[in-house]
Each structure stands twice: as structure tokens, then as C-alpha cells.
Write a protein that binds this ligand. Structure first.
Ligand SMILES: Nc1ncnc2c1ncn2[C@@H]1O[C@H](COP(=O)(O)OP(=O)(O)OP(=O)(O)O)[C@@H](O)[C@H]1O
Ligand SMILES: [Mg+2]
Length: 260
């Protein structure tokens, strides 16, 4: 059976709990993510969002319960593209060289045309020959995103990839990612602290409780995925309503953390 089988969920967490020693970081959580969904995870600092991504990527094993990616236990480095909060690039390689290396590692042809095409998608063709330390932080993030997109992994896991960027670059990258995800059938799990970003990017938003992270709110985002400019999308009345509902759940959950 192929991983593209629509009957098989891209991600399935069943009764998942994760502990670090005596500390329960996550769960219990049940979560099914169908293929093609853009799931955004929101929650207070320390509630277990990165732990969840690591469980899905296979870097951690759950203490209890089971994690499945395309029906199988996840294998680290296989089947999922990862973008970390801090881009991890090879400084001795050019921008284009970093993308080429990702293709080579995956056993794909690293032709100049393919590298150019990927850099074009994140607006970096004009800096392809520079070293990664000769470009801005926002551009480095885009290299990391281009690298994750280079390999047609069915799953893309992004942990606050835009958190450290200025507002303008962040908006541009949000638009890039929204466009790219709408034009592919990849499943994305994206972690953010920004409610606006969650509504803008997500086809579904899950708000987690403070540690141990459990599902506080699970909301489909019924906004059109294509055909609307970012300003039009943000101007829709549903956008404001969703932002208010998710914002209230996040605030509610954060204050209960303080009082608990
Ligand atoms: N290796 C570890 N050993 C012990 N405790 C850990 C470890 N990693 C994370 N934790 C704890 O588990 C909880 C969840 O951590 P995690 O990094 O998943 O949170 P997060 O939601 O990603 O937070 P942030 O928004 O700040 O990135 C936190 O309370 C954290 O202190
Ligand atoms: Mg984190």
C-alpha cells in the first residue's frame, strides 16, 4: 500500500502521553490528521508543541500510546521535512549548494534547473551563489524552507519557523508557504504563538492546554485556500471571528496555567 493512500491518515496519535522523567509534557492526546491538511498548533510556552513535533518526526518515542505517520511508526529523517526555529544550514556551502545537498541526500537529481526552481519559489534566486552568512536571517529561513520543500516528503513539520523574523519578512514568508502548500498535497504541521498566523495558514487549528499539553480547541478553518490576496483573506469577517475564538481559547488557557 502506498503512503498516498487516501484511506490512511497522514498522522495518527492514539492515547499519546510523553514524559520527561517525572514531568508529563504532553497528553493524553488523540489526534488524526488527514493527508493534505495544514494543521497549526498553538499553545503557551512549555505546553509541549515541540515535543509533539518530535514525536511525529520520530525523534522521540511516546511514553504511552502510539504515533503513526502514513500508518507506520515514524522513522527520523525519513518521510518528513523539518524546519526548525533556528535555520540549520551548512555555512561552507552557497545558498544553492545547501538546496542541492538536500536533493543529493534524498537521492534526487540536484540539477541547476531544479535548484533554481526551488529558490525561485522562496524568492532567493538572486542570492543563489552567496554563502549563507552573506544573507539576512530572513533569507536564511527561506533557504531552510526551500531545502525542506526540495524533497517531496508527504509531511512537512515546521516549529515556529518565522518567530525571529521582522514583520514584513514574516508576512512574505507566510504568503510563500500558503501558496506552496495550496499547490501541493503535502500535510503540514506548523507551530506558532501567533493567532493571526494560525488563521492565515491553517486549514485547521488546534489549541493546546498548558503542560501537559492536551487538546483545548480543535477548529476547522473554512477559509478559501486559493484565489484570495492576503489582504482580502484577512479582511473577511470569518477571519476576524476565527481569530477572536482562537485568541480567547489561548488566553483562557494561559491564565488557567497561572492560577493552577
Ligand atoms: N529534554 C527534556 N527534558 C526534560 N523536560 C523537557 C525536555 N524537553 C522539554 N521539556 C519540558 O517539557 C515541556 C514541553 O516542552 P516543549 O519544548 O515541547 O514545549 P513547547 O510548547 O514547544 O514550548 P515553547 O513554546 O517555549 O517552544 C516543558 O515544560 C519543558 O520544560
Ligand atoms: Mg517549542
Amino acid at each position: 500500500m502506498s503512503s498516498a493512500d487516501p484511506a490512511r491518515a497522514a498522522i495518527r496519535l492514539t492515547d499519546v502521553e510523553h514524559r520527561y522523567g517525572d514531568v508529563t509534557a504532553v497528553g493524553p492526546i488523540d489526534l488524526t490528521v488527514p493527508a493534505g491538511e495544514f494543521l497549526v498548533l498553538v499553545g503557551a510556552s512549555g505546553c509541549g508543541k515541540s515535543t509533539l513535533l518530535r514525536l511525529i518526526a520520530g525523534f522521540e518515542e511516546p511514553t504511552f500510546g502510539s504515533v503513526r505517520a502514513a500508518g507506520e511508526p515514524p522513522v527520523p529523517g525519513r518521510g518528513a521535512g523539518l524546519v526548525f526555529q533556528q535555520p540549520r544550514l551548512f555555512p561552507w556551502r552557497s545558498v544553492g549548494g545547501n538546496v542541492a545537498l538536500a536533493l543529493k541526500y534524498a537521492g534526487l537529481p540536484a540539477t541547476p534547473e531544479r535548484v533554481d526552481e526551488l529558490l525561485e519559489r522562496v524568492g532567493l534566486r538572486d542570492v543563489a551563489r552567496r554563502r549563507t552568512w552573506q544573507i539576512s536571517g530572513g533569507q536564511q529561513q527561506r533557504v531552510a524552507i526551500a531545502r525542506a520543500l526540495a524533497v517531496e516528503n508527504p509531511l512537512l513539520l515546521l516549529d515556529e519557523p518565522f518567530a525571529a523574523l521582522d514583520a514584513l519578512t514574516r508576512e512574505r514568508l507566510q504568503e510563500d508557504l500558503r501558496r506552496v502548500s495550496a499547490s501541493s498535497n503535502r500535510t503540514c504541521v506548523f507551530v506558532t504563538h501567533s493567532v493571526d498566523e494560525a488563521v492565515f495558514l491553517g486549514s485547521r487549528v488546534v489549541v493546546l492546554t498548558p503542560r501537559p499539553g492536551r487538546i483545548a480547541l480543535d477548529l476547522p478553518i473554512g477559509l478559501p485556500r486559493t484565489g484570495l490576496a492576503p489582504d482580502e483573506l484577512r479582511g473577511r469577517p470569518e477571519f476576524a471571528a476565527l481569530r477572536a475564538e482562537i485568541g480567547a481559547a489561548v488566553r483562557d488557557r494561559s491564565s488557567s496555567e497561572v492560577s493552577a
